[in-house]
Design a protein around this ligand. Structure first.
Ligand code: PMP
Length: 385
């Protein structure tokens, strides 16, 4: 018999919603399941780590900021993409998801207003909500990026290159508009950029943070999509005044990131065949995207609208009928196909028409064909009901 008393938990933890994706992730490993759900990079893209020597010193505790040589290397690469920074402005993270947590801790109290794209990255919304954020829409095509000049948000969170979930890449005008809005209103910009290297078509990718003149900023990147997510390594670069606080928050969270992973990542960044490996990865993803686009056209041509994403890992579908895609999910899973209902990615109002996010990098070609056949059938049935 269990007579353990109910503990008094924090108020914060009441805002921790059950993750809607858990139910999806719980089933995607089932044998035979075709998954368009996660953002999993394909395992063929992972580097071969056999033969990589491991110095014993990386088994010791290390610096909270990260390995000095890795910070130097990251700073050089971030400068090369147009964002000026020094190695002192680099903080190595245990995955860029940790950056979201640290930045939320830095800016968000219960009731704090955060501006986000609609839709936006689900797991960022979860973290921001956990700390009690309220949300305002960020719309780079509108005046002042849609921000309220009388009550500006405490933070603007954006994924300008190959956005999760829409795949959208801001053009130069949108980048300029967001930077001008943040500068004008003094709104700190948090730019999340894990997909920038997965570019299949030419597009503007200079960080928006590089266009800022006055506003505080945090720019973050990830090694999950270009190397391997299991390494759990990312980084952030911040305007200098934010760094001491971010380093303290990092220290309180986990002392420092895994030094074995940092060693592996640095070796990969220095590897002579890195550029060739990346080219192969990007070419393979581009082929996958093109295959997926053609299959979508065949199966969803009369059911949905979408833009072929110029980079990243996702197609975003706007269905032409008001279909509750969340209600569709159990049926799809029953028939062996997983996807992400679009409504999960909205902080505010969900559009009346159905939306879905489809990852194209994980399933193989026959899985894509079969999975889209099933999804299109389910959508068509709902329309004809
Ligand atoms: N930000 C965005 C927009 C993402 O899509 C993801 C992962 N899917 C992350 C952050 C977290 O990535 P990681 O912790 O693996 O670096």
């Amino acid at each position: 018999m269990n007579s353990r008393q109910q503990p008094k938990l924090s108020e914060r933890v009441e805002r921790l919603q059950p993750s809607a994706i858990r139910e999806i992730l719980a089933v995607i490993d089932r044998p035979g399941m075709i998954s368009f759900a996660g953002g999993l990079p394909s395992a063929e893209s992972f580097p071969d780590l056999s033969g990589l020597p491991l110095p014993r010193e990386v088994l010791q505790y290390g610096a909270s900021e990260g390995e000095p040589a890795l910070r130097e290397r990251i700073a050089a690469e971030v400068n090369a993409i147009g964002l000026r920074c020094t190695a002192e402005q680099v903080l190595v993270l245990s995955g860029s998801q940790q950056g979201i947590d640290l930045v939320a801790k830095l800016f968000i109290d219960p009731g704090t207003m955060v501006a986000v794209e609609e839709p936006t990255y689900l797991a960022a919304l979860q973290v921001f909500r956990f700390f009690g954020a309220r949300f305002a829409p960020l719309r780079p095509r509108q005046a002042l990026a849609g921000l309220d000049a009388d009550a500006p948000p405490a933070l603007a969170y954006a994924i300008p290159s190959f956005q999760n979930p829409t795949g959208h890449c801001y053009d130069a005008a949108e980048r300029d508009a967001l930077a001008r809005a943040c500068d004008t209103l003094g709104v700190p910009l948090f730019e999340d950029d894990p997909y920038r290297d997965l570019a299949y078509d030419a597009c503007e990718r200079t960080p928006v943070c590089a266009r800022l003149e006055r506003a505080p900023w945090i720019y973050q990147g990830s090694f999950s999509k270009t190397l391997a997510p299991g390494l759990r390594l990312g980084y952030l670069v911040a305007s200098p005044e934010l760094m001491p606080l971010l380093v303290r928050l990092k220290q309180a969270a986990d002392l420092h990131s895994n030094r074995v992973s940092q060693h592996v990542v640095l070796a990969q960044l220095r590897s002579p065949d890195r550029a060739e490996r990346m080219r192969r990865v990007v070419d393979a993803y581009r082929r996958k995207r093109d295959f997926f686009a053609a299959a979508l056209q065949r199966h969803f041509g009369d059911l949905a609208r979408w833009q072929t994403p110029p980079g990243g890992l996702f197609f975003w579908l706007d269905l032409l009928a008001p279909i509750d895609t969340r209600a569709l999910l159990p049926e799809a899973i029953e028939r062996g196909v997983a996807f992400m209902p679009g409504e999960l990615f909205f902080a505010g109002d969900v559009p009346a028409h159905g939306t879905m996010r489809l990852n194209f990098s994980h399933a193989d070609e026959s899985g894509i064909e079969q999975g889209l056949t099933v999804l299109a059938e389910l959508v068509r049935c709902r329309i004809e009901l």
